[in-house]
Ligand binder design. Structure first.
Ligand code: CU
Ligand code: CU
Length: 518
């Protein structure tokens, strides 16, 4: 922060920024007093009694009360709406108070989603409102004139519309404006340093599960059948998952794994898609299938609240290998958290037969803590905006497909096909298998064009896919990578083991082969 504060203003802030948060939780009443200092974030202190609140109110001007209720599904799609008084029914109402007033804002969670209310300059936050009708009151003294933003800090909610203005009227305007400008600049400055080396970290989540999709988990070929109506049921689940050894992360998934299940249909099939959002979810979810023709790829019909189910139907008009993903704001946050998968639309007559099929998807994870930190890592919205990922993953977790339980296996002499997709949300992959050459690349996952032949590395865009095929001639371990190889050191690697007889005519050397080598 590059604030130039006059001594008078510093004094004003130190005295005036005594913030009292009154949290009316369902079963208890908490009083937490926080003192915001000019250069620091607020420090929580011991709970105080009610008398503090009264003293504060007598010190300054009036006590001004507002009630806001969160609403979803209107315009904008998420907002605060005033309850009672002059702001009754107003969407994201402007709140006007005088300098020195004690401001009391009550926030009612009007939906089952996660929200909060935050005002950065006054160090005010309600904390997380998780449940429907949960109510929290924050109280603070408006010790500084200017225009400030109140907003919901849940990723994507501010951008979706959960923001309004707090006007504090009647003060030494020049300095106050300067502070407001500095605060505005701070948001930008913070995003430049997206990883905080000193960011604290919670212990690894004890309930964390493996979210890795086994790459051998591929549905059987459609075969030579006519078009049918296919029902697809997907369940969106938010779950603590193992990101790396000793490191956990809060994932959002289709059916509990990353990527979501591979869906396999044929051209001309009618797909009835039912999306259920698990009761335990804190966010709405949806699905956009790139294989569907129509607005949002289905996202317009499937914005689904926790506990609800939505449905829509589409006809698969174009053969190909397509990405599907959640399309609920912040879309990039939901994708980075694991909400992507592939749907294969086979051409009439099916695909050429191969011996082994695998399902691999690449994604990035944006954490507040640096790569390799042990514990339960937090998502960083700033890092995501900067496209500055800490982790790169195949099938959801760091090094997932190097683990014995999830590595790819085939025999020498067999043909291997990999359905490879990039969920992203941002990074393009230069997909390569170390030690192999792709005999066929169905570039851009176009299954109706002739494949490229004899390709070393293929570019796969975010939200795109490729189908690659090769024959295994020599036994040993092959390594799946994105040949932007810095990402190898951020978790992006997978093993393919080929078993069988040595083939010295094609490959041999002196001494023992070092399987750890490139
Ligand atoms: Cu919110
Ligand atoms: Cu989602």
């Amino acid at each position: 922060m590059n604030k130039q504060l006059s001594p008078n203003l510093v004094a004003l802030i130190l005295v005036g920024f005594t913030v009292v948060i009154v949290a009316l939780l369902p079963v208890q009443i908490q009083f937490v007093r926080e003192e915001a200092r000019a250069q620091e974030t607020p420090q929580a202190e011991e709970p105080q009694n009610v008398a503090d609140t009264i003293t504060l109110a007598q010190d300054g001007g009036d006590v001004v009360e507002f009630t806001l209720r969160t609403v979803i599904g209107g315009s904008p799609a998420m907002a605060f709406v005033g309850v009672g008084g002059e702001i009754d029914g107003v969407v994201n109402p402007e709140l006007t108070v005088d300098v020195g007033d004690t401001v009391r804002i009550t926030v009612i969670n009007g939906d089952p989603l996660l929200h909060d209310l935050t005002i950065d300059e006054f160090g005010v936050t309600t904390g997380q409102l998780v449940e429907d009708e949960q109510t929290v009151t924050v109280e603070f003294v408006a010790g500084q004139a200017g225009t400030f933003e109140y907003y919901c800090s849940v990723p994507g909610h501010r951008e979706t519309g959960m923001k309004g203005l707090l006007n504090v009227v009647g003060a030494p305007a020049e300095e106050a404006v300067q502070v407001a400008d500095a605060a505005g600049a701070e948001y930008v400055a913070d995003s430049a340093a997206s990883v905080d080396e000193t960011a604290s970290v919670a212990p690894a989540a004890e309930d964390a599960v493996s979210i890795i999709r086994n790459p051998a988990d591929v549905p059987p070929p459609v075969g030579d059948r006519g078009p049918e109506t296919i029902q697809v049921d997907l369940n969106t689940v938010e779950v603590n998952g193992v990101l790396a050894d000793g490191t956990t992360y809060r994932y959002m998934t289709f059916d509990g794994q990353v990527p979501g299940p591979m869906i396999r249909v044929r051209v001309g099939d009618t797909v009835e898609l039912n999306l259920h959002n698990d009761e335990g979810s804190q966010l709405p979810h949806s699905i956009d299938l790139h294989a569907a023709t129509g607005p949002g790829g289905g996202a317009v019909y499937t914005q689904t609240l926790p506990g609800d189910t939505t449905s829509f139907t589409f006809q698969a008009l174009n053969p190909g290998l397509y990405v599907y993903h959640c399309a609920t704001s912040s879309v990039a946050h939901h994708i980075a958290s694991g909400m992507y998968g592939l749907i294969l639309v086979e051409p009439q007559g099916g695909l050429p037969e191969v011996d082994r099929e695998f399902y691999v998807m690449q994604g990035e994870i944006y954490t507040a803590q640096p790569f390799g930190t042990a514990g339960h890592l937090d998502f960083s919205y700033e890092a995501m905006l900067d496209e500055d990922a800490e982790y790169f993953v195949f099938n959801g977790a760091a090094g997932a497909l190097t683990q014995d339980a999830y590595a790819l296996h085939a025999d020498v002499g067999e043909t291997v096909r990999i359905y490879f997709g990039v969920g992203g949300p941002n990074a393009i992959s230069s997909f390569h298998v170390i030690g192999e050459i792709f005999d066929h690349v169905y570039d851009q996952a176009s299954l109706t064009s002739a494949p490229l032949t004899d390709v070393q590395t293929t570019v796969v865009p975010s939200g795109g896919a490729a189908m690659v095929e090769f024959m295994l001639d020599v036994p040993g371990r092959y390594i799946l990578v994105d040949h932007s190889l810095s990402r190898l050191e951020r978790g992006l690697a997978g093993y393919l083991y080929a078993d069988g007889e040595e083939n010295p005519e094609i490959f041999h050397g002196e001494g023992a082969a070092d399987m750890a080598g490139h």
